[in-house]
Design a protein around this ligand. Structure first.
Ligand SMILES: [Zn+2]
Length: 502
C-alpha cells in the first residue's frame, strides 16, 4: 500500500536545486520554521520526491542514498553547507513520514554549536620575571600541542611550577599556567575544569620538553569542531630549547599569550523525529518507553590530500555506504513504522552529525537528550548497509556489533530474525560508531551493518551507484522487523554480566 502525499516534487528537482543552492549559501540558510511537521509551501530546499511508502523498497533506498551522497553535498563534513543540506532533506522526509518534530520548540533540528580556529600569524608568548621581559615565538621556543580552544585575545597567566602532584591546585582556576615537571595526568583534569568544564576561562599547562628550537611558524587552522569536549586541554604549550629549563627553574613568573587566532562560530544539527507509541492494553505505560533508531548523516568532506596531489581528481568523499545507506535504512524503517499499526513503544529517530569526528552528534544527544533518556530501552544504530558481506552469507544478511555482549542478538534470533554476529571482532566495530555514547550511558546500544570491508571505504569512490539496492531492500526489511520487535515490546534487551566494556 502506498500513501501519496499531496506535496510531492519530482526527484529531478534535487539535481537542479542542490548545486544552485550550494553556490548561494545565504539562500540556503536553514529555515527551521519550514520544518515543523506541516507541508512547506514551496519546494525550495526540499529536494526529492516526498512520496511515502509503507513498504521498504529498493527505489526509495536508492533515492535517499542518491540525495545524501551526491557530489552536490560535498562529502557532508560536519558543519558544512552539504551537511546542512542533508539535515533539511531528512527533516522534510521525517515530516512527510508523519514523525513529529523531536528537537523541541516544534523543530526537527537539534543545534550543536561548533567552532573553527584560524591563525593569522606566528603566536607570541611574552615572558616576565625578575629582570626578565622577552617575547618568544611559536615553533622557535614553544609549540601549541592542544587541539582544544584557543583564546582569541591576548591573555596573561601567573606561572606556577608543579614539582609533585600535590602542587596541582585543588580548585580549577582561569589565569593560571602550570609548568608540569611531573606527571601531567592530574593537571589535565585540572585544566579541563579550568578551561572548559566550568566555562571560567582559560587555564594552561606548560610542558618542558627537550625538543630543539626550530623556525618560527604559524599553526595550521583547524576544521570545525565541537566547542567544548570535556577532557580536552584548554591551552597546552610544549617548550623548546633553553626555555624548558628556564620555566622549570621558576625564572618565569608571568606569561602573556597572543595566539593570533580568530575563533569563528559554526553549527550543525542532529535531525530528531518522534513517533508516539500507542502502549498496549495491559501496559499503557509502555508508550512512554523509547526505542532510538540512529544513523550518522555526516561524512568526511573533500580530501585536501587528494586535491594537493591532483587538482583534477575526484576528491569528494561521498560516503554513500558510510553512512548515507544507514540514513536511508532508518528513514525507510521510520516511514514503515509510521504508516503501519502504531508501535507500542515510542520511537525517536536521530540522524546525527559528527560521527566521523568522534561521535560528536550522538554524544551531544546523550548529554542533551531531547526525550527522557531514562526511558530508552534500546538504541539501535545503522551503519553501512549498502553492500552484501560475503562473510555472513552475502546479499540480505545483516550482522550486529557486540552480538556477544547483550541478549539482543540471541533474543531476536529466538523470534525468528536472522541477525548474524559480527565475525570481525578484531576490527572493533562495536566501539567504532554512534552506539558508543549510548552504551556509555548504560543503554543497550549496538549497530546493525552489512559492511564487508570493501575497498571504497572512506574513498571518493564510495558513490551511490556502487551500492546494491536489491540486497539493501532485503537487509532493511530485516532491520524493520528488528525495530518492530523492539518497539512492540514488552521484552527489553539487557547487557550481559560485565558489559558494556568500552
Ligand atoms: Zn560510518
Amino acid at each position: 500500500m502506498t500513501a501519496r502525499i499531496a506535496w510531492s516534487y519530482p526527484r529531478d528537482m534535487l539535481r537542479l536545486l542542490c548545486p544552485l543552492l550550494l553556490l548561494a549559501p545565504a539562500a540556503f540558510a536553514l529555515q527551521d520554521t519550514a520544518l515543523q511537521g506541516t507541508a512547506p509551501q514551496d519546494a525550495e530546499g526540499f529536494p526529492g520526491d516526498l512520496t511515502v511508502s509503507a513498504e521498504v523498497g529498493a527505489d526509495e533506498l536508492r533515492g535517499h542514498v542518491q540525495a545524501l551522497a551526491s557530489d552536490a553535498m560535498q562529502g557532508r563534513a560536519m558543519g558544512s553547507e552539504g551537511s546542512h543540506a542533508t539535515a533539511r532533506y531528512l527533516a522534510a522526509r521525517l515530516a512527510a513520514a508523519g514523525f513529529e518534530p523531536g528537537a523541541g520548540e516544534g523543530s526537527f533540528l537539534q543545534r550543536i554549536p561548533l567552532q573553527r580556529v584560524t591563525y593569522s600569524g606566528v603566536p607570541e608568548l611574552q615572558v616576565k620575571g625578575k629582570g626578565l621581559d622577552e617575547v618568544l615565538y611559536n615553533g622557535e621556543s614553544f609549540t601549541f600541542t592542544s587541539r582544544g580552544a584557543v583564546p582569541g585575545e591576548p591573555r596573561s597567566f601567573k606561572v606556577q611550577v608543579v614539582r609533585e602532584e600535590s602542587d596541582v591546585p585543588a580548585e580549577a582556576s582561569a589565569g593560571l599556567a602550570l609548568v608540569m615537571t611531573t606527571s601531567a595526568m592530574k593537571s589535565r583534569r585540572w585544566l579541563s575544569d579550568a578551561g572548559h568544564g566550568r566555562g571560567e576561562g582559560f587555564g594552561m599547562i606548560v610542558l618542558p620538553r627537550k625538543a630543539k628550537a626550530r623556525e618560527r611558524s604559524t599553526p595550521q587552522g583547524s576544521s570545525l569542531g565541537p566547542v567544548s569536549s570535556s577532557g580536552a586541554a584548554a591551552v597546552q604549550l610544549s617548550l623548546r630549547g633553553e626555555w624548558s629549563e628556564r620555566f622549570s627553574s621558576g625564572e618565569v613568573e608571568e606569561i602573556t599569550l597572543d595566539a593570533k587566532a580568530s575563533v569563528e562560530e559554526g553549527e550543525d544539527f542532529n535531525v530528531v523525529g518522534f513517533l508516539k507509541g500507542a502502549g498496549s492494553e495491559d501496559s499503557p505505560e509502555l508508550a512512554d518507553e523509547i526505542v532510538v533508531l540512529s544513523a550518522h548523516r555526516d561524512h568526511i568532506g573533500v580530501s585536501s590530500r587528494i586535491q594537493r596531489g591532483d587538482p583534477e581528481a575526484d576528491a569528494i568523499m561521498n560516503g554513500a555506504d558510510d553512512d548515507a545507506s544507514g540514513c536511508a535504512a532508518v528513514m525507510e524503517v521510520a516511514e514503515a513504522l509510521a504508516a503501519g499499526d502504531r508501535p507500542v513503544r515510542s520511537v525517536v529517530a536521530i540522524f546525527d552529525t559528527g560521527e566521523e569526528r568522534g561521535f560528536v552528534g550522538s554524544s551531544y544527544w546523550v548529554a542533551h537528550p531531547t526525550h527522557s533518556i531514562d526511558q530508552v530501552v534500546c538504541a539501535l544504530n545503522f551503519e553501512m548497509l549498502g553492500r552484501p558481506d560475503p562473510l555472513v552469507g552475502g546479499p540480505g544478511n545483516v550482522w550486529l556489533t557486540g552480538d556477544d555482549r547483550s541478549d539482543l542478538g540471541p533474543e531476536l534470533r529466538k523470534r525468528g530474525l536472522a541477525i548474524k554476529a559480527d565475525l570481525r571482532p578484531a576490527m572493533s566495530f562495536f566501539t567504532r560508531s554512534d552506539n558508543v555514547p549510548f552504551a556509555k550511558a548504560g543503554i543497550v546500544a549496538q549497530t546493525l551493518s552489512t559492511y564487508g570491508e570493501h575497498a571504497d571505504y572512506h574513498q571518493p569512490s564510495d558513490e551511490w551507484e556502487t551500492l546494491d539496492y536489491e540486497h539493501m531492500q532485503t537487509a532493511v526489511r530485516v532491520c524493520l522487523d528488528v525495530a518492530r520487535a523492539l518497539a512492540d515490546g514488552p521484552w527489553r534487551p539487557t547487557w550481559n554480566e560485565g558489559e558494556p566494556r568500552l
